[in-house]
Design a protein around this ligand. Structure first.
Ligand code: ADP
Ligand code: MG
Length: 700
C-alpha cells in the first residue's frame, strides 16, 4: 500500500498500536506529522571531540562505548554513578553524582553520547548534563558505530518509552516510501527565486543527512539546506495568508476617501500644549496620506508606552470627524478607556469637542443614552470597551476605527467593531514594539508606523539589578516613597496562572509586605481574580487608596498611574526582555524620577539583566529579545494567535522573509483566491496549517 501524507503512523513498518500511542504523545499521528518530526540536533565530527583531545575546563560532547560502570557510595552518603567510556583515541571517566538510578539504564557495551564540562578528579572526568544511548550493547545494526568517520547522526525529540533511537530507526526504515508521498506544492519558480532545494530533498537532508565527504564536515551541514527550505515554506505560507488578508482589507473594499480640510486637525495642532516629536509628525503624515487616498487604511502604529500614540490617533479621529464621519477608539479595559476619554477630553477642550464614553459599568439608562447619541450622529467621537461591539451599538456614519492594544482583542471582536461601518479606515495601536523582520512576518498585511522617539522631558526609568542582600534597603526605600506620597508596584512572576505554587507565593508576599511596609497599604492583583475584582483594586491604586500594588503580570497593559515611581520585579530572570520592558513602562509616566529594581540572586542571569538595565529603547530590546529566543517561539507569537515558526531563524533567514513576501504578493496578484488548479495543493496546505491563521489576518 502506498503511503499518503494522512496515513496514520500505525501502519508504518515497526509501528503498532502501542508505538502509535507513544507517537501521539509527541503530537505525531500521521505520516506528514512524522516527516515534520525533525531532529533537534545533529552529531557529526565537528561536534564530537575525540576522547584523547578532551581537556579540563572544556565543555564537550563525546561518543564512546561503556567499558565498565558502577555505583560508588561516598562518605557524604551521596551515591555517584560512574562509567568509563572508550573510543578509538582513548578512555575517560564520567561521573553522575546523586544519579545512582542510571545504573539501571546504562549498560556495558552501549555506545553513549555525553555532553558536559570536563573536570579534574584523579584525572579527567566529565560530569554529563545530557546522555543519550546511541546504540545498545547487543545491537546488530552497526550503522551508528562511528560518528567520527564522517557520519552525521540526527537526534530526535523523544518521549517516555519512545527513545530517540527508536524514532530514528522507524524514520530510517520508512523514509523512502514516506518521501514518495510528499507533494511539493510551492511553484518551482518560487523555489528558484528563493534559492531553496525541493521539499522532498529538504526532508531527506533533514532526516538522512549525508556523511561528510572529508571529515570534519564543513559547517553548516547539509541539513541546514533542508532546514532553510522548511523555513521558507513556513514563511511563504504565512505571507500568503497575510497578503490575502491585506488584499481583502485594502482592495476588495474601497475605503472612504477623506479630504484634508485642515480644520479640526489644524485647530488641535495649534492648541496642543506641546510640540509633536519628529516620529509623531511622520506617523501623522503617513496616516493622513492613507486616509485621504482611495485605498483603505489598514495601519499599525507601534511605539513604547508613553511614546504618544494617543495624540497621533486623535489627529486621525479628527480628520474623520471633519469629513462628517464618526471616529471610535476601543480599549481592552474600562480603566484604559476611561483614561483615554480623560486624555482626549483634555486635549479637545480648546476645540469645544467632548468625546462620549461607552463602557459596561455605566447604568443601563446611561448606556442607552450614549447609544442613542451615537446612532443619531450627535456623538462624533466615542471611546469605549467591548460594550462598543454589542449589537445595540449602531453608528450613523463610522469613518475610523482605532483599536488600542490591538492584540488584546480577538479577531472577531475587531471585525465586529469594524463591521459597524462601511469599510471604515482602521488604525491599530500596539505598545509592544517588534523588530522589522518580525513585523513583516507577523503583520505583513498591515502598513506600519513606528514611534521611536519619546516626548522630551521624560527621564528614563533608572534600572538596577540587586540581590536579596539589599532587600531591607529596598523596603525602606518603598516606605520612604510611600511616605512622600508616591506609589510602587511589586511584580511577582506567575508565568502560568494554573501554577498554584506561584500564586501562593505572590499572595504570601503581599501579606508579608503589608506587615513590613505599614502604614503604607498593600493591594494584590493576579490573573485568577475576576475582571471586576481586579478592576476594583486597580482603581483603588489609581485613586491612591493603595500605596503598594503587588501584582502578577496582569499589570502589563494595565493602567497609567503617573504617581507610581517604583517598580520592584521579583525573579526578573523568569521574564523575557520584552516583557520586562513592558512592565517597566508602567513607571516613569509622571514628572518624578522613577526606579525599576530587578531583584535576583541568580548570578547567571545578572549579565543579561544588566544589559537590559542599560537599554531603554523598546525596539532595540525587542531585537535582543528575539535574539534570545532565537529559532522557535516568536516574540509576538502569543499575541498573534499562536503562530510559531519552527524552522525559521529570523536572524539567519531575514533574506527569506523578503523573498517570501514578494513572491506571495505576486502569486496572489495573479490568483487572488488561490483558485487555480496548480495552486490547489498550496491552498489546502495553508488551510491545514492556518485554520485560525486565515481568520487571524483577515482584519489585522
Ligand atoms: P502611549 O503611546 O503610551 O499611548 P500617550 O499617548 O498616552 O502614550 O502619551 C503619554 C503622555 O505623553 C500623555 O500625557 C500625552 O499627553 C503626552 N505627550 C504625547 N506627546 C507628547 C509630546 N510630543 N510632548 C510632550 N508630551 C506628549
Ligand atoms: Mg496608549
Amino acid at each position: 500500500m502506498a503511503l499518503r501524507l494522512d496515513t496514520p503512523v500505525q501502519f508504518l513498518k515497526g509501528v503498532g498500536p502501542r508505538r502509535a500511542e507513544q507517537f501521539a504523545r509527541l503530537a505525531v499521528h500521521t505520516v506528514e506529522n512524522l516527516l515534520y518530526h525533525t531532529p533537534h540536533r545533529y552529531l557529526d565530527a565537528t561536534s564530537v571531540t575525540p576522547i584523547a583531545r578532551v581537556t579540563v575546563g572544556q565543555e564537550v560532547t563525546l561518543v564512546g562505548r561503556v567499558v565498565s560502570k558502577g555505583v560508588l557510595p561516598t562518605r557524604k552518603r551521596l551515591r555517584i554513578f560512574r562509567a568509563i567510556l572508550k573510543d578509538e583515541t582513548g578512555v575517560i571517566e564520567c561521573a553522575w553524582p546523586g544519579q545512582a538510578f542510571l545504573d539501571r539504564a546504562i549498560e556495558v557495551g552501549q555506545l553513549l553520547l555525553v555532553t558536559g564540562p570536563v573536570k579534574y578528579y584523579h584525572g579527567r572526568q566529565i560530569a554529563p548534563r545530557e546522555q543519550i544511548v546511541l546504540e545498545e550493547a547487543d545491537s546488530t545494526d552497526s550503522a551508528d558505530s562511528t560518528v567520527t568517520g564522517g557520519r552525521v547522526i540526527p537526534i530526535y525529540p523523544a518521549t517516555e518509552g519512545l527513545s530517540h533511537r527508536v524514532v530514528r530507526r522507524i524514520l530510517a526504515d520508512n523514509l523512502d516510501p514516506m518521501l514518495d508521498a510528499v507533494d511539493d506544492v510551492v511553484p518551482p519558480a518560487v523555489q528558484r527565486a528563493a534559492g531553496v532545494v525541493s521539499l522532498c530533498r529538504a526532508l531527506e537532508l533533514v532526516h538522512r543527512p549525508p556523511a561528510a565527504a572529508t571529515p570534519p564536515a564543513p559547517p553548516p551541514g547539509d541539513w541546514e539546506q533542508g532546514r532553510r527550505r522548511l523555513a521558507f515554506d513556513e514563511l511563504f505560507d504565512l505571507q500568503l495568508v497575510v497578503a490575502r488578508a491585506r488584499y481583502l482589507a485594502t482592495h476588495a473594499t474601497r475605503g472612504q476617501q477623506f479630504e484634508n480640510r485642515r480644520q479640526l486637525t489644524t485647530a488641535l495642532k495649534d492648541a496642543l500644549p506641546f510640540e509633536l516629536t519628529a516620529g509623531q509628525k511622520r506617523a501623522t503624515r503617513e496616516i493622513i496620506a492613507d486616509m485621504t487616498s482611495a485605498k483603505r487604511m489598514h495601519r499599525l502604529l507601534m511605539g513604547d508606552v508613553g511614546a504618544g500614540k494617543t495624540v497621533v490617533a486623535l489627529f486621525a479621529m479628527l480628520l474623520a470627524v471633519e469629513n462628517d464621519g464618526q471616529a471610535v477608539l476601543m480599549a481592552p479595559t474600562e480603566l484604559l478607556a476611561e483614561q483615554h476619554a480623560a486624555t482626549l477630553s483634555r486635549l479637545l477642550a480648546p476645540l469645544g469637542l467632548v468625546p462620549d464614553l461607552l463602557i459596561g459599568r455605566l447604568s443601563n439608562g446611561e448606556k442607552r443614552a450614549v447609544r442613542a447619541r451615537i446612532a443619531s450622529g450627535e456623538t462624533r467621537l466615542v471611546v469605549g470597551t467591548h460594550a462598543l461591539i454589542e449589537e445595540t451599538t449602531a453608528f450613523q456614519r463610522l469613518g475610523l476605527v482605532v483599536i488600542d492594544e490591538q492584540h488584546r482583542f480577538g479577531v472577531e471582536q475587531r471585525a465586529a467593531l469594524i463591521d459597524k461601518g462601511e469599510a471604515p479606515e482602521v488604525l491599530l495601536l500596539s505598545a509592544t514594539p517588534i523588530p522589522r523582520t518580525l513585523a513583516l512576518t507577523l503583520y505583513g498585511d498591515l502598513d506600519i508606523s513606528e514611534l521611536r522617539d519619546k516626548p522630551p522631558g521624560r527621564s528614563d526609568v533608572k534600572t538596577g539589578v540587586r540581590s536579596s542582600r539589599s532587600r531591607a534597603r529596598i523596603y525602606q526605600f518603598l516606605r520612604d516613597e510611600c511616605a512622600a506620597g508616591r506609589q510602587a508596584y511589586v511584580v511577582y512572576p506567575v508565568i502560568d496562572e494554573s501554577e498554584q505554587l506561584d500564586l501562593k507565593a505572590a499572595t504570601r508576599m503581599a501579606g508579608e509586605l503589608a506587615k513590613t511596609l505599614a502604614p503604607a497599604t498593600v493591594g494584590l492583583v493576579h490573573g485568577r481574580m475576576k475582571a471586576d475584582e481586579r478592576d476594583l483594586v486597580m482603581r483603588r491604586f489609581r485613586d491612591r487608596e493603595i500605596g503598594v500594588l503587588v501584582a502578577t503580570t496582569v499589570i502589563e497593559v494595565g493602567i497609567d498611574v503617573p504617581n507610581a515611581t517604583v517598580m520592584v520585579i521579583e525573579h526578573p530572570e523568569r521574564f523575557g526582555l520584552a516583557q520586562l520592558h513592558q512592565l517597566r513602562g508602567r513607571v516613569g509616566r509622571g514628572a518624578d524620577e522613577s526606579h525599576c529594581i530587578l531583584l535576583t540572586d541568580n548570578v547567571t542571569a545578572a549579565q543579561r539583566l544588566k544589559t537590559f538595565a542599560g537599554e531603554t529603547d523598546g525596539f532595540r530590546i525587542a531585537e535582543l529579545d528575539l535574539k534570545e529566543r532565537g529559532m522557535g517561539e516568536l516574540a509576538g507569537a502569543r499575541q498573534s494567535g499562536g503562530i510559531t515558526l519552527r524552522y525559521t531563524n529570523l536572524e539567519m533567514d531575514g533574506d527569506l522573509v523578503g523573498v517570501a513576501q514578494r513572491e506571495a504578493r505576486a502569486l496572489l496578484a495573479a490568483d487572488p483566491t488561490l483558485g487555480r488548479r496548480d495552486h490547489a495543493g498550496l491552498r489546502k496546505r495553508i488551510e491545514r496549517r492556518y485554520e485560525r491563521g486565515v481568520e487571524l489576518f483577515r482584519v489585522g
